[in-house]
Design a protein around this ligand. Sequence first.
Ligand code: ADP
Ligand code: MG
Length: 323
Amino acid sequence: KEVSELIAAGEVIDRPASIIKELLENAIDAGANVITVEIKNGGRTYIRVTDNGKGISKEDLPTAFLRHATSKISVKNDLDSIMTLGFRGEALASICAVSKVDVLTKRPEEDYGTHYVIEGAVEKTCEECGCPDGTTFVVRDIFYNVPARLKFLKKDVSEGNFAADLVTKLTLSHPEISFKFIRDNKVEILTAGDGKIYSAVYSVYGRDFANSMLEVDYTWQGMHITGFTVKPLSAKPNRRFQNFFVNKRYVKSRACAAALEEAYRNLLMTGKFPACVLYIDIPPNTIDVNVHPTKIEVRFSDEKLMHEAVFFAVKNSLMKNDR
Ligand code: ADP
Ligand code: MG
């Protein structure tokens, strides 16, 4: 049983960033609007996620760590729920199988919270304690019991960068949540959570970036594209600053990236990669998400239509705005 648990865990959890992703999605699902992520040594030795959400009761804690123990609705099929609930009830079970987990949690309506400790899927502590409303997960020593996996992790800097990228994407897709990201005792990201995309972008990418943004607002064939591109001269040397969110979720899409770049080339021929933060709202039945938990690729049932929509949205914005 233990071996199959470890194998199952490996499919969902392959690096610190995938643990952080699961913990953050749970925090968001719990209704939190203030979330802190802290990592040490790229997340390898220490990950903390603290939220001010609805908390977990003492009775529910042990079951939350069992496989397929989700408290969330199970029959939904839009993109959003496929992506949040795609791996229903597997995350905590997988995480605790390969690390040492400490939870402090309190529901606002209860007087006491609970301190829960589980290591390698074995419960160590479950006791009442005083703590603030919400939930803190501390995950230590990932893969301490799976040395083969440990060897596959990249250098701490790279693992930390994966985590930072993930927090950046979530920050941009949830401007209503205040995020803080601390790496090795240094605050790297801090957002206001005021609901404004501009201020989220400002916080993660800085003032120069925010001031070079051009607004996009385009509706076509049932698709609505909003957000920002940047002035052509502010294009970047790589694609790291290209952000596409489909129905509020971050996705990787070659079709979108190609359309974006083509719009710039069509008008001005920059040799660089334009940055963007674009939100594409599209009927859920026209997209197909690869449901593997670590993949965020999306397919559009009409790629050509999608390409045209992004192309014209960006081109329009470039033409309308001062070059
Ligand atoms: P899923 O999110 O698919 O339900 P998980 O294994 O990620 O499965 O979590 C199991 C359960 O633990 C959740 O359904 C939820 O009830 C509870 N839970 C996990 N994290 C939190 C959190 N930060 N705040 C409140 N409840 C949580
Ligand atoms: Mg979850």
